[in-house]
Design a protein around this ligand. Structure first.
Ligand SMILES: O=C(O)c1ccccc1NCC(=O)[C@H](O)[C@H](O)COP(=O)(O)O
Length: 262
């Protein structure tokens, strides 16, 4: 049975092939040169965790396949400023249009509005997207292990690291974690969301944290709603978190961010 991830990846292959044809590499290289150098994404998380805080990746997420529209008054620069003022370490910006109503312009605008490092949250299927991501200013990209073969992951990672970006490698289970650890990046995320059923189970994070080497920056992703959720994880030495929907639904995003990690 095909999953939502299979559907998204199939769509993405088509989209990327079309964009590759339309945008010459030389244009992307030229655009990348106009961007400020990568802001250290992993370093920002590690710095918060090292001083006893929580490394929050606060996500700018307009809509999702599981929830539909999340935020009608969607304003990426305002969200970016509120997340920074509230104490986030990094931003995540969804750029996929078809399934998340995202856009590259949202990342450009959010990054310009703050000093935080930004991950382009999208579905990487081709190393070309690493250059495209740097050309829009991304400081990091995501590799979803469930979506790629080992060789594809290594190629995409090489391209991103070669451009000075960080790579968040996302896993769902022990088998994927083993594959993730063959890569060079030591920034590992466990996504608590089952991409077949959309169910969120934070137990995934608890199951895997002990299996990640100590030199990894370990990030719990999805389904986190409160300070109590984060404190419970911190008791298991998990100090970095990716939070989207629960923050995006708040009236006062800055206060909600501060309540989460301040
Ligand atoms: O959010 C979804 O519905 C979704 C569906 C299919 C693939 C990925 C999906 N989400 C991407 C994410 O990883 C989350 O946006 C991120 O971890 C934040 O999760 P949350 O705090 O639960 O919004």
């Amino acid at each position: 049975m095909s999953t939502i991830l299979d559907t998204i990846i199939a769509t993405k292959h088509g989209e990327v092939a079309a964009r590759r044809k339309a945008v010459p590499m030389s244009d992307l290289h030229a655009q990348a040169l106009t961007r400020t150098p990568p802001r250290g994404f992993k370093a920002a998380l590690d710095a918060k965790a090292a001083t006893g805080g929580y490394g929050l990746i606060a996500e700018i997420k307009k809509a999702s396949p599981s929830k539909g529209l999340i935020r009608a008054d969607f304003d990426p620069p305002a969200h970016a400023r509120a997340y920074q003022a509230g104490g986030a370490a990094c931003l995540s910006v969804l750029t996929d249009l078809e399934y998340f109503q995202g856009h590259e312009d949202y990342l450009i605008a959010a990054r310009a509005a703050c000093d935080l490092p930004v991950i382009r949250k999208d579905f990487m299927v081709d190393p070309w997207q690493a250059l495209e991501s740097r050309a829009i200013g991304a400081d990091a990209i995501l590799i979803i292990v469930a979506a790629l073969e080992d060789a594809q992951m290594a190629e995409i990672e090489d391209a991103a690291l070669g451009l000075g970006m960080d790579v968040l490698v996302e896993v769902h289970d022990a088998e994927e974690l083993e594959r993730a650890l063959k890569l060079r990046s030591r920034l590992i995320g466990v996504n608590n969301r089952n991409l077949k059923t959309f169910e969120v189970d934070v137990q995934k994070t608890y199951d895997l944290v002990g299996q990640a080497p100590k030199d990894c920056t370990f990030v719990a992703e999805s389904g986190l709603n409160s300070r109590a959720d984060l404190d419970a994880m911190a008791a298991h030495d998990i100090r970095c978190f990716l939070v989207g929907e629960s923050l995006m639904r708040q009236d006062d995003v800055e206060a909600a961010t501060r309540a989460l990690v301040g």
